[in-house]
Design a protein around this ligand. Sequence first.
Ligand code: ADP
Ligand code: MG
Length: 526
Amino acid sequence: MRDIPESESEIAGIVSPETTRSGPKSAREINLSAVQSVVETVRSTLGPRGKDKLIEKPDGEVLITNDSETILSETAVSNPVASLTISVAKAVGQEYHDGSTTAVILTGALLDAAESLIEQGVAPNVVARGFERARQCADRSLDDVMIPGGWNVEVLTHVAETATTGTGLGMAGSDVATLVVEAAELVRDADSFDPDRIRIVTQTGQSPATSTVSRTVALAKDPVRQAMPDEVIDGRVLFIRGSLELSDTNQKTSIVIEDVDSFTRFHEREATEIRDLAGRVVDLGADAVLCSRSIADEAQSVLSRENVLAIRQVDEDALNTIAASLGGTVVSSVTEATTDDLGSGDFRRDPDDELFCIEGNGEPRPTIIIRGPTQGMVDELSQHVETGLEIVAGASDGGVVGGAGALEVELSHRLRRAARGIDGREQLAFEAFADALEQIPQTLGENAGLDPVDALVSLRTAHASGDRWAGIGENGDIINAVDTNVYEPVEMKRQVLKSATEAATLVLRIDDVLTVDALSESLSSD
Ligand code: ADP
Ligand code: MG
């Protein structure tokens, strides 16, 4: 980001007449209201009682969602500070696909709290510094209160459930969570697992309840020729990142065709070369070949005749996964392949599902098969499954905390206690940070139809008397989040606090907004 000169005299000479300036006070006002408008967009979606938003896209497509990452991606904003807030939501979402709404609300609440401190005469940079100290303090409290990770199937299922509540897509959060943990269990190594080892495949046409975890790699593809075998047991398999076409192996040269004969000769030579490529697959001893791109017609004929199963257009992700699970190596062309590159295993066809189930002696690579009536629905469900996988990976690695706003109230309680030992203006920043955190349970309460002030008072009392996980239940009652199995990964919460604080302090440090209004006009008149 570029530095904005502080003094009037410095800037007078460099700002063109088309540039309007706001000055520090109104800059803060503009920024605050920009952030608040982003907050207002997503506020009502927070929590299990959050409402959905209907978005009509410019192309007329209608989207119904309560995922703030999606909502904000589809919302056009022109204000740079609003875009900044949106990128915070996305940054949080990128890692876990969760926590975005919380991060946005917290950013807004921090800026709100900062504004009243600034009005009391505390300099914005002092507030910013105080916020960062408060965040560090909250971060240490997180270590104190968290419940250590580990492979506890019940807890992990509940973590995934909390992250995927409100799917409303014919599949309860608990069903999504069960699929996620079942698949994770198949690839786990002690207390952790790599979510990338699990593939998600979507299929339209059946009910979401028929979604399932396959221990094998599921591939929704057909053989290139019907005559090819659709079952290969204990076969050898070649994986090509590329095609079985001439262009991949030979440089294309331009030739001058003088007569029909030379054209035919040229064509025949090409066909022979393609058949040779296919012949090479056969010579390697492959019973099946998978290509990420196309397979030429002549090559298909040869392979079909030789009873080799050939599948084309296998996306690279699937290709790598299948190679890993069959213990093979992906090669970039058949000419460089050796028998060592082949994997081995079974291909079975499930005619009802139009899927190949592929299994070998390599790494376990399960597939979560998501089914639903429409593509939009399966896409959204698979997004939830992806979220669940990231969340479960984070929770088993790093541990969990109680959700339902309980963590935020507990951190707020601890920050206020810590503030007592701090002098001066920083104490005010700690208290402001504590206030901001309470916006989360307050919003959860509001969305559940509670009087937000009453709810907050009861929560504060509970936490002051040591009920660390008191939060707002789905029905608006005060619950113990851990007793009612509302868990969230501690690392996700850490990331939310960090991103929101970073965004708020960044905005606080801006003391001027320069808007170049007439840029396009001046460009066109040049
Ligand atoms: P975000 O984008 O921040 O994840 P969500 O709309 O998913 O926003 O809401 C998350 C909040 O809802 C968290 O504070 C979480 O603890 C809370 N929450 C989720 N499920 C429940 C539940 N069953 N009961 C109470 N609170 C819940
Ligand atoms: Mg969420």
